[in-house]
Design a protein around this ligand. Structure first.
Ligand SMILES: Nc1nc2c(ncn2[C@@H]2O[C@H](COP(=O)(O)OP(=O)(O)O)[C@@H](O)[C@H]2O)c(=O)[nH]1
Ligand SMILES: [Mg+2]
Length: 251
């Protein structure tokens, strides 16, 4: 294949403190960077525009709606793959090449940047919630998962052209979980690439609501499992040890 066209899609809601650095770092790694400014009340759009193309949504659609809009635009403009990363600087764009390399080795996969390095910095409650989500989402998608909540991923365009998942405002933190299940159903199992986990001391509070959002995820997964007769073989397969793709050193 000739060199593939890779887009980065960065959802951002009031991320003026970090968006410029995140967009610039992503720009160094991919062909085009699309920041989806999701109804921010601050300077996110202006700051992003110095390094990226900006898709402005007004009013706010939530993370799922912002990701969806960005992915659709990227595919319409010729992306072969879309890398997603958060606008708050939690993902290290220098690790994007590892995601791209893993995809080029195994193109029919959803590449999941799993925050397995420096996990000590993750708040304990968040880590517990993540493990609960990994278990259920792994079961429903019949594969071993780690860090299923990570927003640092690579979606092949062939998958994005087929995948249809709800992306309304209430789906903010369900969408990415459901994407893993939908992708597997379309023949794109997850491939894990270990990445760093950045939780800066002075970070702003997360938009994730541990109880409400974890419950929403469990309801979504239960729906998928019930529709598929509980998928007992899926549970069995999800309990294997996951294969992990190589990373790039990035100190
Ligand atoms: N577009 C959009 N992005 C959001 C919204 N809420 C969160 N985000 C983005 O989603 C990403 C992750 O949100 P965050 O609150 O940091 O969640 P956490 O990292 O999982 O704790 C960040 O890039 C946010 O800017 C929203 O309502 N709209
Ligand atoms: Mg965050």
């Amino acid at each position: 294949m000739t060199e593939p066209v890779v887009f980065a899609v960065i959802p951002a809601h009031n991320e003026a403190a970090t968006i410029e650095a995140v967009a610039a770092a992503a720009r160094a790694q991919v062909d085009r960077v699309l920041v989806v400014d999701d109804g921010s009340a601050d300077d996110t759009a202006t700051l992003a525009a110095t390094h990226a193309e900006v898709l402005r949504l007004e009013p706010n659609r939530g993370k799922a709606g912002a990701l969806w809009a960005g992915m659709q635009q990227a595919v319409a403009e010729g992306a072969d793959a879309v890398v997603t990363l958060d606008g708050d600087g939690q993902h290290d764009a220098k690790e994007i090449p590892a995601l791209i390399a893993a995809w080029r080795e195994q193109p029919r996969h959803l590449i999941l940047g799993a925050r397995l390095k420096e996990r000590e910095s993750t708040p304990p409650l968040r880590l517990f919630g993540n493990r609960v989500a990994d278990f259920w989402i792994g079961w429903a998608s019949a594969q071993p998962l780690r860090d299923s909540q990570s927003g640092f991923r690579l979606y092949p365009a062939d998958l994005l052209r087929q995948m249809r998942i709800p992306h309304g405002r209430g789906r903010s933190f369900v969408f990415e979980s459901e994407a893993l299940i939908a992708a597997e159903r379309h023949g794109f199992p997850a491939r894990l690439v270990p990445v760093r986990c950045i939780y800066p001391e002075d970070r702003r509070p997360s938009h994730f609501r541990p109880a409400a959002d974890t419950l929403r995820i469990i309801f979504m997964v239960a729906g998928h499992l019930l529709r598929r007769g509980m998928r007992p073989l899926g549970l069995w397969r999800s309990l294997r040890r996951p294969e992990v793709a190589p990373t790039v050193e990035n100190s």
